[in-house]
Design a protein around this ligand. Structure first.
Ligand code: PLP
Ligand code: ZN
Length: 371
């Protein structure tokens, strides 16, 4: 069942939808919550091992082996932290978790052509999975997007439309196009979060069926924050864990609407004016699911941290020296972890996860300018 976050109206799953009639966003409610550890371990070597908690039938699965990424412990300045190398997925970003489930649902619905807008990684991921599923897709991207992501989208055979102006202008253009073609937006679709919630299941499995103490993630439109919140909440409801890990969201100081709303104690996220940032993957001035993002962070006893451009640059080199090459957006969590450490936020022995979302190979053009 799908339910509107604002007005509560419900819809059956059989209908291809991306939005409630009232204009707000929909969430998916899992009809019967179950996840069996033995079934998981006998399942495929991909996120589809959590099939019991996923909203698409096995016959409609569109998969390239997404999920099951390494969890790498590193020690830095005497502290251990666990790096989730989630950029090691078929298209080079964590987005494949959400897209695999969303595109499988599109296939189940029999949708033949879609439009999506993206700052790059979601577009690349959508283009790849649509290619696998035989669905035609149009990807609208901001003209400033890194060349690596644009080339990738073209090679997967999508029709790419470069939109001048801001990220928000790109969304407006895609929504206009959505009058004719199904809008398979990762920021709107409830099914994308159904895919990203497997990050929670996977961490639980990798930590020998326990929840970590905290997970740090970049936040733009919130698919990771919300996926973690939904995934860990479901595990708690099933009795597999006793409490949610703290969800700590990270934004760029140059575009920080969630940070501001959270620390001002608001229940919604007003749009902000943003400045240019290296963290292009989280430069969202007006996140669609703002109220739900704030709920997720507060319910998990988490917080929101901002990082400066200089700190992002330093984080990129520090991660590189550890053998980890990520794109600038992903490096924000490393900078934020160091900041919270200085604040004395962590107690010894706490299990902290840093979610690393996108490969450095995606942004070589921009990274080259920094060296
Ligand atoms: C999309 C993306 C994010 C942010 O995800 P949201 O759902 O917008 O919060 C973070 N890092 C990378 C590399 C991304 O592509
Ligand atoms: Zn509604």
């Amino acid at each position: 069942m799908l339910q509107c976050y604002d007005c509560g109206k419900t819809y059956p799953e059989e209908k291809a939808l991306w939005q409630c009639d009232c204009g707000s966003y929909l969430l998916y409610t899992t009809p019967e919550l179950k996840l069996n550890k033995e079934k998981i371990q006998k399942g495929p070597f991909s996120l589809w091992r959590y099939q019991e908690a996923l909203p698409v039938s096995e016959e409609n699965r569109v998969t390239m082996g997404e999920g099951l990424t390494p969890l790498l412990p590193v020690t830095y300045e005497g502290r251990e932290v666990l790096l989730k190398l989630d950029f090691l997925q078929p298209t080079g970003s964590y987005k494949d978790r959400g897209t695999a489930v969303l595109v499988s649902k599109l296939k189940e619905w029999g949708v033949k052509r879609v439009v999506e807008d993206s700052s790059g990684n979601a577009g690349a991921s959508m283009a790849a999975y649509c290619a696998r599923a035989g669905i035609e897709c149009e990807i609208f991207v901001p003209a400033y997007t890194s060349a690596g992501k644009l080339v990738q989208i073209q090679y997967y055979g999508a029709d790419m439309v470069k939109v001048p102006g801001t990220r928000e202008d790109t969304t407006l253009a895609a929504i206009r196009r959505a009058e004719e073609v199904f809008y398979a937006s990762h920021n709107w679709s409830p099914y994308f979060i159904e895919g990203t919630k497997t990050l929670a299941f996977e961490l639980w499995e990798q930590l020998e069926w326990q929840a970590p103490d905290a997970v740090m993630v970049p936040v733009g439109n919130g698919s990771l924050v919300l996926g973690l919140y939904k995934g860990f909440s479901e595990l708690k409801e099933m009795g597999h864990i006793t409490r949610l890990p703290r969800i700590i969201a990270v934004q760029s100081a140059n575009c920080s609407p969630v940070y501001r709303a959270f620390h001002q104690g608001l229940d919604v996220v007003p749009a902000v004016e943003k400045q240019a940032t290296l963290a292009e993957g989280i430069a969202s001035a007006a996140p669609v699911k703002g109220a739900y993002i704030l709920e997720a962070i507060r319910e998990s006893r988490g917080t929101v941290v901002i990082v400066q451009e200089e700190e992002i640059k330093r984080a990129l080199s520090e991660l590189g020296r550890l053998g980890v090459f990520v794109e600038p957006t992903s490096a924000t969590v490393w900078a934020a972890w160091k900041f919270l450490q200085q604040q004395g936020d962590w107690s010894k022995g706490e299990k902290i996860i840093l979610e690393l979302t996108g490969s450095g190979l995606k942004a070589t053009d921009k990274l080259l300018e920094l060296t």
